[in-house]
Design a protein around this ligand. Structure first.
Ligand SMILES: Cc1cc2nc3c(=O)[nH]c(=O)nc-3n(C[C@H](O)[C@H](O)[C@H](O)COP(=O)(O)OP(=O)(O)OC[C@H]3O[C@@H](n4cnc5c(N)ncnc54)[C@H](O)[C@@H]3O)c2cc1C
Length: 301
């Protein structure tokens, strides 16, 4: 493995200034689970690694009691999210995703920010966070900017970060009452492999606990970037959430997906599975909404 110098900036400005002075010879590193693998495989050969994980902000997810927004620092590890009582109780869709990332060892060091910036179509963190309508905060020499997470992804391995910019935070907006969500990574095994599909479903219900007022469906590995199944979402709004309507929504989403034949599975099978998994996650989301586990701020500690 090629030798590199490890730099530990104290704050974001110092990290950006180091990145600017070393240019292409430097690379940010958070948990290092992607960067170090690429260096070992000879795909990257930076002279400097600029550590982001020592910068303040590496804390657990927290809820703003006034706005009901959930804040997750970019340097928070998957393990911290997995163990968060707040996430377990109120955002099980996110818990579904992080608990199956890699192994315990990976989850203890790998960060949610690194997962998003890496921007692979199979990134497990991305799908539930898009399903939850999350935004990302980004810091650079021009100050802070914010964008919808869905728009952050530009292509496989490509995200909307300018040179030197740092992803600092993920913000999940307040959840509507009677909301439930679920995520599944579908592959031959659940962990330690790239999934064939990732499916997230979030449903908010009327007071009758049956009629859908808002639906979010996000698909991973179904296109070069994560996509929302907009037509399927539209179909569900105003309808009773039951097996029949979820089956129809799944069919619509299958048509909307851009799945291709790949070594992980042929297109027709993956399209069918989009439908099957949407139905399965929709039923789980309905159950969770009924148990009112995702009512956000009001019931959070
Ligand atoms: C054995 C193994 C199993 C894995 N299993 C899974 C899995 O099941 N699901 C899954 O989704 N992923 C998996 N991964 C991939 C990886 O662990 C995750 O993508 C992880 O979250 C990356 O985070 P990190 O902190 O280690 O990123 P790093 O390797 O430190 O960085 C990744 C990239 O992001 C940049 N970067 C990091 N943080 C920031 C930031 N805040 N702002 C700007 N740039 C930044 C780095 O420069 C680099 O380009 C696995 C990896 C391994 C080695």
């Amino acid at each position: 493995m090629k030798k590199f110098t490890y730099l530990i900036p104290k704050n974001l400005d110092e990290a950006i200034s180091l990145q600017q002075s070393h240019g292409e010879r430097a690379k940010y590193i958070a948990g290092g689970t992607d960067v170090l693998v690429k260096i070992k495989e000879g795909k990257l050969a930076p002279e400097y690694l600029i550590s982001l994980k020592h910068i303040i902000g590496q804390d657990r997810p927290f809820l703003n009691q006034e706005t009901g927004e959930l804040f997750i620092g970019a340097f928070v590890t998957h393990g911290m999210i997995e163990k968060s009582p707040l996430v377990q109780a109120h955002y099980p869709i996110l818990h579904d995703a992080v608990k199956n990332i890699g192994s315990v060892q990976i989850r203890n060091v790998a960060t949610i920010g690194g997962n998003l910036v890496n921007a692979v179509p199979s990134a497990d963190g991305a799908i539930p966070l898009i399903t939850l309508d999350s935004k990302v905060n980004i810091y650079g020499t021009k100050g802070q900017r914010s964008m919808a997470l869905l728009r952050f992804f530009l292509g496989p391995g490509q995200c909307d970060l300018e040179k030197g910019e740092i992803l600092t935070e993920i913000v999940v907006p307040r959840l509507l009452e009677r909301t439930g969500g679920a995520y599944i990574k579908h592959g031959r095994r659940e962990a330690m492999e790239l999934p064939m599909l990732g499916v997230g479903v979030l449903l908010s219900l009327e007071e009758d606990m049956q009629t859908c007022v808002k639906a979010r469906i996000c698909l991973g590995v179904a296109a070069p970037t994560p996509i929302r199944a907009l037509q399927a979402e539209k179909y569900l709004v105003g309808k009773v959430v039951n097996e029949q309507n979820l089956t129809e929504a799944g069919k619509i989403a299958g048509e909307e997906s851009k799945v291709r034949d790949s070594i992980r599975g042929v297109a027709w099978y993956r399209r069918e599975m989009v439908g099957v998994l949407i139905k399965r996650m929709g039923i789980k989301a309905l159950e969770r909404a009924s148990r009112n586990v995702e009512v956000g701020m009001r019931n959070a500690e």
